[in-house]
Design a protein around this ligand. Structure first.
Ligand code: CTP
Length: 408
């Protein structure tokens, strides 16, 4: 399929779907796995079938859907032991609190739990549940036990739940994230950034004018968040410093939330030293020098209140010239004209090893969109990458950073 790496080509994934509202996302997950070349064989619990139908799961996976431990037909077809072993990875998504508890204690009273007990293949679980259920001591004990048994996890993430007013840690990781974690796991031990630390900035900053007004920009944080997740998948210990965004925190990453450039600057400096810094945030160049503690009122007949601006600290430049400079420093250059020349100047001025330049003219749809077309500049040359999704750009960049780090 054009534009996608067939990173799961020929891999067989046994996908266990348990009951939960996130089960609807499993339909998208099946698509994501298949477009990466995987063969998907689904197993559904009885509760999962209350949320999505075996018909939909079967149609999207182009496979028989297994659900009954005691089905004579299914047992004659493959049998639960072969089902558990005839695959490269067992993926549980969504993984309910109930199934995690069964897995931790070795219960096997339906097809899904029996397969999990019988498998000799790696198991990846994407938990999804109400935040209270996730943080319950029993669930946390089960997760610790499962981790000790070698079960891998992706997510859960922080965000809105299906139940209104309930927010917190418990949302299932996004299907793309799960597919990429599955691919990373199947690459097997391919974690070139294991033991490395990384710092990523992402999103816009908000510079207050008064308590209710601020200066902002159109950055969505998608590219920066994707890079943080991609570095984590390669094994790095990642801290993401994010400005105000509406997208969820990426899985497997520590996220620090800030509003203003000055806050982002101090959050970044407080985390040094690290091995890798990728500064993706669209930091506001200026803040309001005279920001008011009270809402600025308009006075009849008066001219509009003037905004006096003052320059914000340049975070990338500070990091690029710091005594604790990371071994690889990457910046972004958002340009609307003379992209290469401007990016090259930024490379020198900011003390970066790489600058990822993109054209953010409105007609490109890059700012806020899901795709990106970038040029990667280093002191030794320029590489133009094809039109890719922001996740693909993130994966490529994380690999490039790993190679650079290995060279030194
Ligand atoms: N950057 C930063 N701190 C700032 C401004 C920018 O860390 N105060 C970083 C961005 O995260 C990005 C790079 O610098 O990695 C380039 O940002 P950009 O806005 O394109 O460049 P500017 O330095 O602001 O230059 P100009 O606006 O003149 O293009």
């Amino acid at each position: 399929m054009a534009g996608l790496f067939m990173e799961l080509g020929g891999k067989r994934i046994l996908l266990i779907i348990t009951g939960g509202i996130a089960a609807y996302k499993s339909l998208d997950l099946i698509r994501r796995l298949r477009e990466r070349g995987a063969d998907v064989r689904p197993v559904m619990t009885a509760a999962a079938q209350e949320f999505v139908t075996p018909l939909a799961v079967g149609a999207l996976s182009a496979s028989h859907v297994y659900s009954d431990l005691f089905s004579r037909e299914d047992e004659q077809d493959v049998g639960h032991i072969r089902l558990a072993r005839d695959c490269d990875l067992v993926l549980v998504a969504p993984a309910s609190a109930d199934l995690l508890a069964k897995m931790a204690h070795g219960l096997a009273n339906d097809l899904a739990s029996t397969v999990l007990l019988a498998t000799d293949k790696p198991v990846l679980a994407a938990p999804a549940m109400n935040p209270k259920m996730w943080s319950a001591p029993a669930t946390q004990r089960n997760v610790d036990m499962l981790r000790a048994d070698g079960i891998c996890f992706v997510g859960p993430m922080r965000g809105e739940m299906a139940e209104s007013g309930e927010a917190g840690l418990g949302r299932m990781a996004e299907p793309v994230e799960i597919a990429e974690t599955a691919a990373a796991l199947l690459r097997g031990g391919d974690r070139p950034l294991e033991g490395r630390t990384a710092l990523v900035t992402s999103g816009p900053t908000h510079e207050p004018i008064d308590p209710v007004r601020y200066i902002a920009n159109r950055s969505s944080g998608r590219q920066g968040h994707a890079i943080a997740a991609a570095l984590a998948r390669l094994g790095a210990d990642v801290t993401l410093v994010s400005g105000p965004v509406t997208i969820p925190d990426p899985a497997g990453v520590k996220t620090i939330h800030v509003e203003r450039a000055e806050e982002m600057h101090s959050a970044v400096l407080s985390r040094l030293p690290v091995d890798i810094a990728v500064m993706v945030a669209a930091v506001a160049d200026w803040r309001v020098a005279t920001s008011s503690d009270q809402k600025i009122k308009k006075q009849a007949g008066d001219a509009p209140a003037p905004l006096i601006l003052t320059e914000n600290p340049d975070i990338l430049k500070t990091v690029g010239h710091h005594v604790k400079r990371p071994r690889v420093v990457v910046g972004f250059a958002a340009e609307t004209q003379d992209i290469e020349e401007n990016a090259l100047r930024k490379l020198e001025r900011k003390g970066a090893d790489l600058i990822v330049a993109n054209d953010v003219s409105p007609e490109t749809g890059i700012m806020g969109g899901s795709r990106n077309r970038v040029k990667v500049l280093s002191p030794t040359g320029v590489e133009a990458w094809p039109d890719l999704t922001k996740d693909e750009v993130a994966d490529r960049l994380a690999r490039l950073i790993a190679e650079r780090l290995a060279e030194r």
